[in-house]
Design a binder for this molecule. Structure first.
Ligand code: F3S
Length: 76
């Protein structure tokens, strides 16, 4: 399984993740990204193959490493 969230302290609001994966990432009022499917809790897996490809593109594009991923749900 693939889970993700954004470490908001690392996000510089560059916008690339939402451009690359609009169904997975969105922004708050300050332009800081969050993982859209579960409001950045990191507990809902990315299962759709097309979304997984979009995720990898966004993950690679993020200039600050703000997008994190792991194979089990995030606990916080
Ligand atoms: Fe922020 Fe990285 Fe997205 S800097 S806006 S999480 S591409």
């Amino acid at each position: 399984m693939l889970y993700s969230k954004v470490i908001s302290e690392r996000c510089i609001a560059c916008g690339l993740c939402q451009l690359k994966a609009p169904d997975l990432f969105d922004y708050d009022q300050e332009g800081i990204a969050f993982f859209k499917p579960d409001h950045n809790r990191g507990c809902i897996p990315i299962e759709d193959p097309k979304e997984r490809i979009a995720f990898k593109t966004a993950y690679t594009a993020c200039p600050t490493g703000a997008i994190v991923r792991q194979s089990v749900p995030f606990l916080s």
